[in-house]
Design a protein around this ligand. Sequence first.
Ligand code: DGL
Length: 271
Amino acid sequence: MPASKPYCNDPIGIFDSGVGGLSILKQVATVLPNEHLLYFSDSAYAPYGEKSTDFIKMRCQQLANFLISHKAKALVVACNTATTEAIADMRQHTDIPIIGVEPAIKPATKLSKTQAIGVMATHRTINSSRYRDLLAQHASQIQVYNVVCYELAEIVEQYPQGNQRSMVLIEQYTKEMRENRVDVLVLGCTHYPFLTEQIRQVMGEHITLLETGIPVALQVENILKQHSLSCTSLQQGKIEFFSSLDTPAHTDSIHQLWGRNVTVKKVDWVQ
Ligand code: DGL
């Protein structure tokens, strides 16, 4: 629950299990340059994709409380895994708007000429009932190759552009798709857009890669308008970075992925 009624010039709180949500933050900052943004990277607890549902729910509520205590007027769950596992619960416990992220299945089915699409995501996302419903709603008529991509998000946490191991894993994970004329590949985890170069190298230049940063940013814009919460400032918004981890290597990953050095505040304890 927010401590007081949200105000339109309050910040938007955005979080992910780690650095992956920076791919969403970038687009929100581009679409809404005057908004003040808070980003929380829960890297001490990444990856979420292999944690229990109860753990993910608890952690997401703690992060939501932290961001609300920093006056967030709306929340963006910049993580497919956290959205599938925890957003419904979070909505029951807070009365500010919460925007989630989910694999871009509907646009993928529209774009595919071969009627065969691939989806790369975490174990939790692929095996969630929310994801199954999404497939049933939009993709019952086409072939979908779902691949649980163990380890990839962890690699991005440490090696922002990937490493040899991620290349080997991508080759392995996409083998069946490559053999079956998949022409659209959905990046169903916000860490994976940072591996675009490696994925293209393996899949070939013809592949259409779908990530969700821009649609999510536009959705945030709409939701703020609907709630009369769009900021009125004409100045460029501030972006503040928080993390549950503060090793130099982690800070360096954030700098590389964000494209410049920023101050990352370490948060020891959230509840
Ligand atoms: N970035 C998260 C997502 O979009 C997953 C990474 C993790 O497993 O923590 O699903």
